[in-house]
Design a protein around this ligand. Structure first.
Ligand code: HEC
Length: 248
């Protein structure tokens, strides 16, 4: 009486593909996967704290409001206003730049961009890898360079945590450009490498959230849609059994 049901198999296949495809896409482009997870509220809260402490001095988040962060990241108004708001603007306001872009341009040669949409434009893995790839380079105006974004005008904001690294390159030969071979520790930071990975991941995760706050809602709606589909499939299956049981 147990026939195989191709549509059940099809349904399961579609489900597993749905989970497998994004993971496969993340490994494109030679960037290490960040494994940033929007469902991890602790990671987003930590990322918000790190962003406000280490990035917001130069970068604004003009499309994000303090109140929205509180709502989405399960934080109270007091927590946000006391621990995350260093700019003194109201709870309902957008997160402003602390430094105006003209200053940024004269200090660094490039104005620090607004980061609201950065993780969507460049990818969450890009941000993660970028934060891990600063190295000392005396030939650059700010003394830092970056293998993910060569000649970036941004100094490493996290050097105390990460430590200071230098980069080893294989010398250029003929038409072959110099090739990056790896980093070397110049001076250890206050964090172990895997602890620093978490710092970079949480900041990237927070920027991924900030770039598309609605994605969090969409994911939780998605789970209900899948549950609905699964329940409905079962119901349809039993209904079919019921209809056909006297026919055989
Ligand atoms: C001292 C000022 C300063 C701080 C602090 C700072 N940045 Fe930047 N950032 C810059 C500048 C200047 C640029 C523009 C670099 C360029 O275009 O050469 C930049 C660019 C960027 C970019 C764009 C890179 C690209 O590919 O275009 C990202 C992403 C970024 N910063 C993330 C961060 C994060 C995350 C933090 C906190 C951990 C941070 N920044 C802290 C000054 C800063």
């Amino acid at each position: 009486m147990h026939k195989s049901h191709p549509w059940i198999a099809g349904f399961l296949l579609a489900l597993s593909l749905g989970f497998a495809l994004p993971a496969a896409a993340a490994e494109e482009g030679g960037l290490a996967p960040s494994n940033a997870n929007l469902a991890d509220t602790g990671s987003l809260q930590n990322g918000a704290k790190l962003f406000m402490n280490y990035c917001s001095g130069c970068h604004s988040l003009q499309l994000m409001r303090y109140s929205r962060i509180a709502e989405d990241l399960d934080l109270s108004e007091d927590q946000v206003m006391n621990n995350l708001n260093f700019t003194g603007v109201n709870f309902g306001e957008r997160i402003p730049p602390s430094m105006n872009s003209v200053d940024g341009k004269t200090w660094f040669g490039a104005a620090p961009p607004d980061l609201s949409l950065m993780a969507r434009a460049k990818g969450v893995d890009y941000v993660f890898n970028y934060l891990k790839s600063f190295y000392l380079d005396a030939s650059r105006p700010v003394g830092w360079n970056n293998t993910v974004f060569p000649n970036a005008s941004m100094p490493n904001p996290l050097w105390e945590l990460q430590g200071v690294q230098t980069a080893k390159f294989k010398a250029a030969e003929g038409s072959e450009p110099a090739q990056f071979e790896g980093f070397e520790v110049h001076r250890a930071g206050t964090l172990k490498p895997e602890e620093f990975d978490k710092v970079a991941r949480d900041i990237a995760n927070f920027l991924q959230y900030a770039a598309e706050p609605a994605a969090m809602q969409r994911k939780s709606i998605g789970i209900w849609v899948l549950l609905f589909l699964a329940t409905f499939t079962l119901l349809a299956y039993f209904l079919k059994q019921e209809y056909w049981k006297d026919v055989h």
